[in-house]
Write a protein that binds this ligand. Structure first.
Ligand code: SF4
Length: 58
């Protein structure tokens, strides 16, 4: 399951820019879009590696 740690996400937008099908910024934090929790898109891994606060879990 793809998830974003709301405690540590700083809302930088990098994940949404890298993988807009899965991540969106809402109220200053990244959220996994509805229905994308099980996404296997390669960009999820890219976004995970690119997150500056290591907030994305797959
Ligand atoms: S890249 Fe990380 S810190 Fe930036 S918005 Fe996404 S989850 Fe949050």
């Amino acid at each position: 399951m793809v998830s974003v740690n709301q405690q540590t996400c700083i809302g930088c937008g990098a994940c949404a820019a890298t993988c807009p099908k899965v991540f969106e910024i809402k109220d200053g934090k990244s959220n996994v879009k509805k229905g994308q929790e099980k996404s296997k898109l390669p960009c999820v891994k890219e976004a995970t590696e690119g997150c500056p606060t290591n907030s994305i879990r797959v």
